[in-house]
Design a protein around this ligand. Structure first.
Ligand code: NAP
Length: 259
């Protein structure tokens, strides 16, 4: 096994995943970057940035909701590197249309749940099994899994119920994985971003600008993808070695309850 650690990041072509990939490349990880297409402009730009940090870049095409395609992807990454030290389950979508929860359609529910919940859970399961094997064969190997959930795990937005439900499920998945993998010394963390400036939120930029200005976010600014990338880098450095199962809410204070 090569000495260099390997990070697998889903949804790496843009936004939060892209920033995570760049921070991890700076931390000395080689990067296996997953998105639906390996040829997108986003992947090409990311490749340059990762290579500039002296890391290897391995672009991998996978629709995370295709659970039947996942084994092949894990096999390919292990075939190339022989190890996966860090998995960041980041890929996710907002519902294509915002509608009141009474108008939520089954198609939209299934699509969001398959991409945001079912796909990441079964991908993490497959990677976890490999990590267990690798860990049992090398005590130096100390794997980590991170789930990128959302403040929507705990905050209700009834115009995108399927998103909130998927993220609440993913939060529990993080807890289940942390519990089940603690004996194997595989540490699992949940990161809950708040309102982060990416393609996902740009469609509602004016709305978010307005509520941020009005003080909905106590720190009165948008979050940036770098706010999340830095947190992942801190976990990757081992700064939270005794905190498996921890939830990091990075939301400018949205978690503060006020009277
Ligand atoms: P984004 O800018 O829209 O990027 C989404 C990423 O996921 C892209 O790399 C996209 O790649 C990938 N992706 C989408 N569908 C996929 C699929 N079926 N299979 C594989 N990859 C897929 O979103 P973001 O804001 O960075 O969000 C990243 C994560 O953070 C999501 O899980 C989101 O729910 C969560 N989050 C975001 C915010 C926010 O305010 N932005 C807040 C809380 C949580 P391709 O399109 O190239 O495939």
């Amino acid at each position: 096994m090569d000495d260099k650690p390997v990070a697998v990041i889903t949804g790496a072509s843009r936004g939060i995943g892209r920033s995570i990939a760049i921070y991890l490349a700076s931390e000395g990880y080689d990067i296996a970057a997953i998105a639906r297409s390996v040829d997108s402009e986003g992947m090409q730009i990311l490749a340059k940035e990762v290579l500039q940090k002296g890391a290897e870049f391995f672009p991998v095409g996978l629709d995370i909701s295709c659970t039947n395609c996942q084994d092949e992807v894990v096999k390919n990454i292990l075939g190339r590197y022989g190890r996966i030290d860090l998995l960041v389950n980041n890929a996710g979508i907002a519902p294509p249309q915002r509608d009141d929860f009474l108008g939520m359609t089954e198609d939209s529910y299934d699509r969001v749940m398959n991409i945001n919940l079912k796909g990441p859970v079964f991908f993490a399961q497959k990677v976890a099994k490999e990590m267990i094997w690798l860990r049992q064969h090398s005590l130096k190997f100390r794997p980590v899994i991170i789930f990128i959930t959302s403040v929507s795990s705990v905050l209700s937005s009834n115009r995108r119920a399927e998103y909130c439900i998927s993220k609440a499920g993913l939060s529990m998945a993080a807890t289940i994985f942390a519990d089940g993998l603690a004996d194997e010394d595989i540490r699992v963390f949940e990161i809950r971003p708040g309102i982060i400036q990416t393609d996902m939120t740009m469609k509602l930029k004016d709305h978010y600008d307005e509520i941020i200005k009005e003080g909905f976010v106590p720190q009165k600014r948008w979050g940036s993808p770098e706010d999340i990338g830095k947190a992942v880098a801190s976990i990757a450095r081992g700064d939270w070695d005794y905190s498996s199962g921890a939830v990091f809410e990075i939301s400018g204070g949205l978690n503060i309850r006020k009277l």
